[in-house]
Design a protein around this ligand. Structure first.
Ligand code: IPE
Ligand code: IPE
Ligand code: MG
Length: 257
């Protein structure tokens, strides 16, 4: 019997889309769920439900085209301040997807990781997250890093406390602290900084996202609301990235070498 074609899973050659240089790490601020829903006369939660479909789409696309790390800003530290019904809705959506995506992530070689103050979440979610992280630990096709209860400033406070504790214990001299020490104490220790950061819904701000890691990341903002973000929009962002010259503070001529 013929097996159904799994177009969904076939590799995408970046060159077929005129993309010569792919970012290894893409980070996305998935914004605009609420406005997407409102513009259709729906409640905000409907936007989050549609946003979850866009997550699946973006993850599948990233994997098929060969992105190695995909970081998604799903819930910020400051988002805890939203109306309780919205927070609860987001948490139950998260729980549902952690359960339903488990086998698929494993089949596709995707490693699930989280960054943020996860312990602020309910014990059942924490258990489900830790379990999925453990379950997919050996996968190396793509790392899916979900920022949950995440804030860039809070991350730097966390890193500073860890470093200060080592200094106080006499294990580390203040003079020995370098940028690498700080990186090693962030939630993203061992993960390369994002090459490209995409923000949907047109807002020109970073909203407390990866403040340390975005130092030399290329930024791309699209007016598209997150639930509408599709492969075509992703390709546009990758094209834009491809056209940039990353200079890291050097001159254009130096950067070419
Ligand atoms: C992003 O969409 C998702 C979360 C922050 C959880 P929003 O919910 O911020 O949508 P807008 O910005 O209000 O449209
Ligand atoms: C950033 O979006 C957080 C996430 C996408 C999870 P927000 O909607 O919370 O950011 P602001 O409030 O517009 O800056
Ligand atoms: Mg928003």
């Amino acid at each position: 019997m013929l097996r159904p074609r799994r177009d969904d899973d076939s590799p995408i050659n970046p060159l077929d889309h005129g993309i010569h240089r792919l970012p290894s790490h893409v980070a996305i601020i998935m914004d605009g769920n609420g406005r997407w829903a409102r513009s259709r006369g729906n409640v905000r939660l409907k936007g989050h439900h549609e946003g979850a479909k866009a997550v699946r789409r973006a993850l599948s696309f990233a994997r098929r085209i060969g992105v190695r790390y995909l970081t998604l800003y799903a819930f910020s530290e400051q988002n805890w301040g939203r109306p309780p019904a919205e927070v609860e809705g987001l948490m139950s959506l998260l729980m549902k997807h952690i359960r339903s995506e488990r086998d698929d992530l494993q089949d596709k070689g995707i490693r699930f990781r989280t960054i943020g103050n996860i312990d602020k979440m309910s014990p059942s979610i924490v258990t489900a997250i830790r379990d999925l992280e453990e379950h997919t630990r050996g996968n190396d096709e793509l790392d899916l890093i979900v920022a949950l209860s995440y804030g860039g400033r809070e991350e730097l406070v966390h890193a500073t406390r860890q470093i200060a504790a080592r200094v106080a214990a006499g294990e580390l001299s203040p003079d020995a602290i370098t940028a690498a020490t700080i990186s090693d104490n962030t939630y993203t220790a061992g993960i390369p900084d994002p090459d490209l950061m995409i923000r949907t819904s047109g807002e020109m701000r970073v909203s407390n996202f990866m403040l340390w890691q975005l130092a030399y990341t290329e930024l791309y903002v699209t007016d598209i609301y997150w639930p509408d973000f599709n492969d075509e929009h992703f390709i546009k962002a990758l094209h834009s990235y491809d056209s940039r010259q990353r200079r890291f503070g050097l001159t254009g001529d130096q950067a070419k070498r």
